[in-house]
Design a protein around this ligand. Structure first.
Ligand code: 7RM
Length: 650
C-alpha cells in the first residue's frame, strides 16, 4: 500500500464530546480514566485481565492468565468455566431471574418474551436433546436458522455440553452449507422449516436437504424447529421436529465445566484466497472479551433494552446479541425480519414499541434509511434511545451525522466499533462516556489492544500516513487458529508483518491517535457489511460450464459500500448474451447465496495479466469504477486488453 501524507484535506474537524449527563453515569466517565485503564491493560495485562475475568463464574480458577507462543495463545490457562452457565445460571437466584432476557418479534408481527429463567429452562432441555442424539463434547453442530430465539437456545445448549457450534447464515445456499459441514465434520444440523423475509418464506430445511445430498456425510441427524409451518420433507431416520424432541426430555441439565481453551464455536469467514476459513474461538478468553466489551462499550444497565440488528449468522450476532449481552444479564431485543417490511418504518416502530435504549446497526442499513427518507423516522417516538452503535464497515461522515441527528436526536453518543470475526470482540471504538467522537473515525483502541498502523516494512508510520492496521499483542478473544489449518492461520495473520497480527485492513491515525479505517486492502469485498472473498465469487463463476476465466473486484457503491463486479471470459464458441449474464448471476446466488449476487457481469475477450500470469485486479478496479486507469502498467502482458475493457459498452 502506498503511504502518502493526507493530512491537509482529510483530517476531520468535527468533534463531539460525551454529554456531562452521560459521563456522570458511565462506567468510564472521562478520557483520563480511559487512558489510565488502557495503559494498565498494556503494561500489566495479567493484572488487568485477571480482574476483569474475576467478574465471571469459574468452576476452577486459572493458574496463568496468558501463555503466548506466537502465534498461539492460551488464555486463563487451567481455568474451567461454562459459557451457558455464565449467560444463564449466574442470573438465577438474583433479581434478574424473572427479567426478560429475550424480547422477540417475528416479521409477521408475533411477540414472545423469554425471561432468564425461561431461557435457562429451554436451553437445559435442548442440551438434553443434544445428549439424546449422542452429541459429544468437542463435536461440531451446524446451526442454520432464522432470527428466532431457538437459534440462541441452540447455541447456548451446545455451549452447555461442550459441543462446538458453527452457525451458518440463513442467506447462504445449500452448497455453502455443504462446504461448512464437510470442513467442520459436523454431526448434527439444527434448522427450521423456513424463515420469513420481506413477506416470503425462505426454505431453510430444503436447503439443508440439498446440502446433505451426495457425498459421504458426517451428519447423523437434522432437528427442525417449526417456524413457518409450510410443507416440509422429513427424512425418515434422520430428521426430527424440535417440539417432538423437546417433549421427550426434562429440564435438568447441569452445565459441564470446560477448559478455558475448549472450542466454543467455529465461524466461517471469507479470506483473500480459497474457501472460507473456519475461525475458531474458545471458551474463557472469548467470553471475557465479549462480556467486558459489551459492558464498557455499550455501558449496559439492567434497565436497558438493547437491540443489535445483526443476524446471528455473523460474528456480531454471536458476540453482541447472544454471549456479551446475556453474560451481562441484559434484556435483548431480537427481530426476525427485514427493516422495510411491511413498510420502511419497521425498525422505528420497534424502537418505539419496546422503548429500545441502545441501538447497534451497520452503515449500509443507515444509508438505506437515509434513502428512504426522514418521514419514516419522524412518525415514531425514538426518545427512549440513549446510545447508538455502528459496525461492519467504515461509516461515512454524512451517514454518521444523519444517524446522530435524525435517529439519536442529537443527544445519543455513537460508538463506531471496529473489529472482525477473527478478533471476537470490539477492538477499536470510542467509550460513550469518555472518548470524544469524530464522525467517520472508530476512535481509539479498546483496553488491552495494542493497535498501530505500519508501512510495508512493518515500521509504525506517523500521523495521517496510511498503512496496514496491525495488533502487536495477543488479546483474550482472539481467534486461536483456523479450524484444521494451522499453517494457513500463521500465514494469513502472522506472517505479513513481523511480530504482529495483520487485520487485512488499511488505516491511518490522526494527530490525536484516532483510527480512520479505510477498509480491506486484500482481495476481500465488503458488500453491505458482509465479507465476500473475490476468489469465492470467481470460483463460483468458473464452476459454470461456459466460463473460462473470471476476475471479481469491488466498485464503490453509495448504498452497499461495495458492489460486486465480475469480469468474465467465455469458453470458445460461446456467445455473450443478456440471458447468459442473468444465468451467471443466478449461478453465483445458487453456489454462494444471495449475499454474493453479482451487481454487474462484464464479458471480456481477455483479462489483464502480468507476465507471470497474475490477474491485475488493481487495474480492473479502476475499469469497474469507470475512472481512468493510472499507476504502473509496466508488468502488463498485453496493453491492448485494457483499452478494450475500458472501451467496452455494456
Ligand atoms: C464485526 C465484523 C470485518 C471487516 C473488517 C473491516 C470491516 C468492521 C468496521 C469496519 C471500518 C468499522 N466482522 N469493519 N467494522 N471497518 N469501521 N467500525 O464486521 O469479520 O464480518 O468483517 O469489516 O474491513 O476487517 S467481519
Amino acid at each position: 500500500m502506498s503511504s502518502k501524507n493526507i493530512e491537509s484535506h482529510l483530517v476531520e474537524k468535527r468533534v463531539f464530546k460525551p454529554s456531562r449527563d452521560f459521563s456522570k453515569k458511565a462506567r468510564i466517565g472521562s478520557m483520563a480514566e480511559y487512558q489510565k485503564l488502557w495503559e494498565e491493560s498494556i503494561a500489566k495485562p495479567d493484572k488487568f485481565w485477571a480482574r476483569e475475568a474475576s467478574e465471571l463464574l469459574w468452576q476452577q480458577k486459572w493458574s496463568k492468565v496468558l501463555e503466548w507462543k506466537e502465534p498461539f495463545a492460551k488464555w486463563f490457562v487451567g481455568g474451567h468455566l461454562n459459557v451457558s452457565e455464565n449467560c444463564l445460571d449466574r442470573h438465577l437466584g438474583t433479581p434478574r431471574q424473572n427479567k426478560a432476557a429475550i424480547l422477540w418479534e417475528g416479521e409477521p408481527g408475533e411477540k414472545r418474551t423469554l425471561t432468564y429463567q425461561q431461557l435457562h429452562r429451554e436451553v437445559c432441555r435442548f442440551a438434553n436433546v443434544l445428549k439424546a442424539h449422542k452429541v459429544k463434547k468437542g463435536e461440531r453442530v451446524i446451526i442454520y436458522m432464522p432470527m428466532v430465539p431457538e437459534a440462541a437456545i441452540a447455541m447456548l445448549a451446545c455451549a452447555r455440553i461442550g459441543a462446538t457450534h458453527s452457525v451458518v447464515f440463513g442467506g447462504f445456499s445449500a452448497e455453502a452449507i455443504r462446504d461448512r459441514i464437510s470442513d467442520s465434520q459436523a454431526v448434527l444440523v439444527i434448522t427450521c422449516d423456513g424463515g420469513y423475509r420481506r413477506g416470503s418464506v425462505v426454505p431453510l430445511k430444503k436447503n439443508v436437504d440439498d446440502a446433505l445430498k451426495g457425498d459421504a456425510q458426517t451428519v447423523r441427524g437434522v432437528i427442525a424447529f417449526k417456524r413457518t409451518g409450510q410443507e416440509t420433507h422429513m427424512e425418515q431416520g434422520r430428521d426430527t421436529w424440535w417440539h417432538d424432541e423437546m417433549a421427550k426430555v426434562d429440564a435438568n441439565c447441569p452445565a459441564i465445566p470446560l477448559d478455558s481453551e475448549h472450542p466454543l464455536f467455529v465461524l466461517y469467514t471469507s479470506g483473500s484466497t480459497g474457501k472460507p476459513k473456519g475461525i475458531l474461538h474458545t471458551t474463557g478468553g472469548y467470553l471475557v472479551g465479549a462480556y467486558m466489551t459489551t459492558k464498557y462499550v455499550f455501558d449496559l444497565r439492567d434497565e436497558d433494552v438493547y437491540w443489535c440488528t445483526a443476524d446471528i449468522g455473523w460474528v456480531t450476532g454471536h458476540s453482541y446479541i447472544v454471549y456479551g449481552p446475556l453474560a451481562n444479564g441484559a434484556t435483548i431485543l431480537m427481530y426476525e425480519g427485514a427493516p422495510n417490511w411491511p413498510e420502511n418504518d419497521r425498525f422505528w416502530k420497534i424502537i418505539e414499541d419496546y422503548r429500545v435504549t441502545i441501538f447497534y446497526t451497520a452503515p449500509t442499513a443507515i444509508r438505506a434509511f437515509i434513502r428512504w427518507g426522514d418521514q419514516w423516522v419522524k412518525k415514531h417516538d425514538l426518545s427512549s434511545l440513549r446510545l447508538l452503535g455502528s459496525v461492519g464497515e467504515p461509516i461515512n461522515p454524512e451517514a454518521w451525522m444523519w444517524y446522530h441527528n435524525v435517529i439519536g436526536g442529537g443527544r445519543c453518543p455513537i460508538v463506531d466499533t471496529w473489529w472482525q470475526t477473527e478478533t471476537g470482540a470490539i477492538m477499536i471504538t470510542s467509550l460513550p462516556g469518555a472518548v470524544p467522537t469524530k464522525p467517520g473515525s472508530a476512535a481509539l483502541p479498546f483496553f488491552g489492544v495494542d493497535a498501530v498502523v505500519v508501512d510495508d516494512n512493518g515500521d509504525e508510520v506517523g500521523p495521517n500516513v496510511g498503512g496496514k492496521l496491525v495488533i502487536r499483542k495477543p488479546w483474550p478473544s482472539m481467534l486461536r487458529t483456523i479450524h484444521g489449518d494451522k499453517p494457513r492461520y500463521k500465514k494469513t495473520y502472522w506472517a505479513e508483518v513481523k511480530g504482529a497480527y495483520f487485520a487485512g485492513d488499511g488505516a491511518r491515525r490522526d494527530k490525536d491517535g484516532y483510527f480512520w479505517i479505510v477498509g480491506r486492502i486484500d482481495d476481500v469485498l465488503n458488500v453491505a457489511g458482509h465479507r465476500i472473498g473475490t476468489s469465492e465469487v470467481e470460483s463460483a463463476l468458473v464452476s459454470h460450464a461456459v466460463v473460462a476465466e473470471a476476475a471479481v473486484v469491488g466498485r464503490p457503491d453509495d448504498l452497499k459500500g461495495q458492489a460486486v463486479v465480475c469480469f468474465v471470459t467465455l469458453k470458445q464458441d460461446v456467445t455473450a448474451t443478456e440471458q447468459l449474464r442473468e444465468d451467471l448471476k443466478k449461478h453465483v446466488r445458487h453456489v454462494i447465496g444471495p449475499v454474493a449476487t453479482p451487481d454487474e457481469i462484464r464479458f471480456a475477450d481477455a483479462l489483464p495479466k502480468t507476465r507471470s500470469g497474475k490477474i491485475m485486479r488493481r487495474l480492473l478496479k479502476q475499469v469497474a469504477a469507470g475512472v481512468t486507469v493510472t499507476g504502473d502498467t509496466s508488468s502488463l502482458e498485453d496493453l491492448s486488453i485494457l483499452a478494450k475493457l475500458a472501451a467496452k459498452e455494456d
